[in-house]
Design a protein around this ligand. Structure first.
Ligand SMILES: [Zn+2]
Length: 158
């Protein structure tokens, strides 16, 4: 059985224990578009001097995650459906009229497949403003990734 923490990750051949090769899906490590080699893990263009003595290129931009080398494969596991309890949104707080407006606009722009940016001071309620869109995305079988420099925000969202 594939360990839970393996889902959502890309492994190089050296990183994946051989027991899991048969269950893993693969993709080419790099792609060439318009004569430009690009890393398929981080999408950085590969510079000419990022070359091994054997002539194969590798990606220096994401080498911290292990060497992704031209001509090799990246391994991953098909994602599983998340175990979600409905309704997703259990928060019972109230947004101000301004927060409600922002929350509604976030949802609307998501549905129009556009990007949004909310820039507001600490304590403005940015976290609470994303509850509605997070719930919508999860309830429609989407995925949400939240990056936060503070662990308390992650706990609050959980
Ligand atoms: Zn890369």
């Amino acid at each position: 059985m594939v360990p839970k923490e393996y889902y959502g990750r890309l492994f190089t051949e050296d990183q994946l224990p051989t027991d899991y090769y048969s269950e893993a899906l693969t993709l080419e490590s790099m792609v060439k578009n318009d004569n430009q080699l690009k890393c398929k893990r981080c999408f950085s263009p590969i510079e000419e001097e990022w070359q091994l003595p054997n002539g194969k290129h590798y990606c220096r931009a994401c080498i911290v995650f292990g060497r992704n080398q031209e001509g090799k494969q990246l391994y991953y596991f098909a994602s599983k459906e998340a175990d979600i309890n409905f309704p997703v949104l259990k928060w019972s707080g109230k947004l101000t009229s301004y927060q409600t407006e922002v929350s509604e606009k976030l949802l609307k722009t998501y549905q129009q497949q556009k990007n949004s940016l909310v820039h507001a001071v600490t304590g403005a309620g940015k976290t609470e403003m994303i509850y509605k869109i997070v719930a919508y995305v999860l309830e429609t079988k989407g995925r949400v990734a939240i990056a936060s420099p503070r662990v308390d925000v992650c706990r609050e969202l959980h």
